[in-house]
Design a protein around this ligand. Structure first.
Ligand code: NDP
Length: 328
């Protein structure tokens, strides 16, 4: 028997509840690799899946946790042997398949990658899905060319934003972090942000389709009004890597930045990334993300803390990265 955060749904009221329970190997879903999970994290989607599901969870009872790192316990796949350290992000694990909020997980070998050299399982989960996605966003900006000038990072104090800030700064870019929480300014500067932009300063600009060419590129974790404003402020030929919708799924923008400034809007999806891309991104993370900055982002948590943390992340109240020690 082992511990897991199990979300159950009361069929009569339709309400869900989450609690740490003991489950057994026989309860685990099908898969060809069983992993002794060491760490998981709290991402925006986890907040949804710990609560009423938001359309992501298909079946209850459910074990959330969209990412985890741990050690292979048993494997029916030639690529993995007991004792191998592995990382998992994406593939709808924690949504339609039971995830990392448990001391064991059973998954498909295709969804795993070997832990890259230079990272331990705790560091890998300090990065987690948010940091992995931040790296994908930086790589997409690089592929299209980052222009001179500061790179704008929106939702900077959140998970994606924190890691994107640290990576971009370490690569030598000036970083302008947009935050709605002025009290996080020192934290963002410690990650390498050279400029702190209050959220309202971006949201309350002229709202013309084109504004002054200001940013060499943008990693946007917020969407909505913020993304629309960023598009109009990117330098000619620059790109915005759109990662998230913490501020809304709508996009009140015009086509003008694309037509008159050749701006690229790059959609970033971490979920269905093929194996080679995932490996490349993890290797870049191990190389380009300073571990002392990663440490500064970490908030430790246990399985029992998750119901509260799930609510906090949906309210945009989590700073940096929550690392869940599932064995604590
Ligand atoms: P966090 O909650 O850690 O960070 C989001 C940040 O956005 C907050 O910290 C806050 O930053 C800002 N924010 C929140 N609400 C608003 C609002 N109403 N208006 C403006 N800014 C707001 O989440 P993550 O960083 O983990 O994820 C960010 C987004 O990216 C989510 O939508 C998530 O679902 C998505 N995502 C997408 C992935 C993909 O594959 N495309 C993978 C991972 C995440 P501050 O306080 O600094 O203003």
């Amino acid at each position: 028997m082992f511990n897991a955060l199990v979300v159950e749904k009361d069929e009569e009221s339709g309400k869900t509840s989450a609690a740490v329970k003991e489950i057994s190997d026989a309860d685990l879903p099908e898969g060809n690799v069983t992993v002794a999970v060491e760490y998981s994290t709290v991402n925006y989607k986890d907040g949804l899946c710990i609560g009423p599901g938001g359309g992501l969870v298909r079946q209850y009872p459910h074990v959330p946790g969209i990412d985890f790192a741990g050690t292979v316990e048993s494997s029916e796949d030639d690529r993995y042997s007991p004792g191998d350290k592995v990382v998992l992000t994406g593939w709808r694990v924690g949504e339609v398949h039971w995830g990392g909020y448990a001391q064991k997980a059973r998954v498909n070998a295709d969804w795993l990658v070997p832990l890259p050299k230079g990272l331990d399982t705790r560091q890998a989960m300090a990065v987690g899905t948010a940091g992995f996605t931040a790296m994908l966003a930086v790589m997409a900006l690089e592929d299209h060319g980052i222009k001179d000038g500061p790179v704008l990072v929106t939702g900077a104090a959140g998970g994606v934003g924190s890691v994107a800030t640290a990576i971009l700064a370490n690569l030598g870019h000036e970083v302008a972090g947009v935050t709605g929480r002025p009290e996080t300014a020192d934290y963002l500067k410690s990650l390498g942000a050279t400029q702190i932009v209050p959220r309202e300063e971006i949201n309350e600009t002229t709202k013309r389709p084109l504004e002054a060419e200001t940013w060499g590129g943008c990693v946007d974790a917020v969407g909505g009004e913020m993304l629309a404003r960023a598009l109009g402020q990117i330098k000619y030929g620059g790109s915005v890597a759109a990662v998230g919708l913490a501020g809304g799924a709508g996009l009140p923008a015009t086509v003008i930045p694309f037509l008159l400034r050749g701006v690229n809007l790059l959609g970033i999806d971490s979920v269905m990334q093929p194996y080679d891309n995932r490996l490349r991104a993890w290797e870049r993370i191990a190389k380009d993300l300073p571990m002392d900055k990663l440490e500064a982002m970490i908030h430790p948590a246990t399985l029992g803390d998750l119901p509260g943390l799930g609510k906090d992340i949906l309210k945009g109240q989590v700073k940096g990265r929550v690392v869940v020690d599932v064995n604590a």
